[in-house]
Design a protein. Structure first.
Length: 288
């Protein structure tokens, strides 16, 4: 569960007043997240001890970062380093954005995990705002998944991949993921996922159990089985759900028994893999 505070914003058109939701994502070691619409709020000059990484969803924010004036519109990615003075205000009709605040230690862990070695220096992003549509879309997708409380394995995997991509593209780190052979380890990981598909297992937990870094596990698992660990786990859960639904089990109970957060999560993933909703699938078998 997420520890949420304040009132929840909307994913539709810009609201008529300031709205914000702030929470900590337990699945990502308490990562602080913000989803907000601001039409009047003006941020005073301030700093964070963490990175500030986010994307403007709609509207325009006027900012001053390290003394430079910036206008950030929809699709702009913020990459603000720790301790950098910045301020912001809405432009005309306001703006909506999503932010997360990963610690220096969290991003260092991502980089060192991928490189499988200690990195002697901290890194920084040279540009505070960038335009990269695919990475912006990936960020927004991950942020919404965090807000919806998706499973740990999926959130950890997506966070690991996104942060690594941002560092490689915009921090100039060129962090290479290990390509060592890991056939036995990934097969052990597969067996572990098959055995505990009902549980909210995390990426770190699986990687530690088979002796691989998180980044190496994701890459080697996908190479071996054609999908990442979280994809395999979801597929395994759908197979179990189909068996239960064929026997007439209630959909809500099926979602719980197969490890999904709720019925909506089951429905979304089920339709993405079968083309129909759990209700349609269940009724088709009951009508036989």
């Amino acid at each position: 569960m997420n520890d949420a505070h304040e009132i929840e914003g909307s994913s539709g058109p810009l609201e008529s007043r300031d709205r914000a939701r702030f929470w900590r994502a337990e699945a990502l070691d308490g990562l602080e997240c913000l989803s907000a619409t601001f039409r009047t709020l003006q941020f005073a000059p301030h700093t964070h001890e963490t990175f500030c990484i986010g994307v403007i969803e709609a509207g325009v924010q006027k900012s001053r970062i390290r003394g430079s004036s910036i206008s950030a519109g929809a699709g702009t990615i913020y990459l603000i380093n720790p301790d950098v003075i910045h301020e912001g205000r809405p432009d005309e009709d306001g703006y909506r954005y999503r932010m997360m605040y990963p610690s220096v230690e969290a991003l260092r862990a991502v980089a060192e995990d991928a490189a499988e070695r200690h990195l002697p220096k901290s890194f920084t992003f040279p540009d505070e705002t960038v335009v990269a549509p695919q990475l912006a879309a990936a960020f927004l997708s991950l942020h919404r998944q965090i807000e919806a409380g998706w499973a740990r394995l999926e959130l950890e995997s997506h966070f690991q991949s996104l942060m690594l991509n941002l560092m490689n593209v915009f921090a100039g780190e060129a962090i290479e993921v290990s390509s060592l052979r890991a056939g036995n380890a990934v097969r052990q990981a597969r067996d572990l996922l098959d055995a505990c598909y009902r549980d909210d297992v995390g990426l770190t937990e699986v990687a530690n159990a088979v002796g691989l870094s998180r980044a190496h596990l994701i890459r080697a698992f996908k190479k071996e089985f054609g999908m990442p660990p979280h994809g395999w786990l979801t597929d395994r859960r759908i197979r179990a759900a189909r068996t239960l639904l064929e026997k007439g089990a209630p959909i809500a109970d099926t979602a719980f028994d197969c490890g999904f957060a709720d019925q909506a999560h089951l429905t979304r993933q089920f339709k993405a893999r079968t083309g129909v909703t759990p209700a349609v699938y269940r009724n088709a078998h009951l009508d036989q």
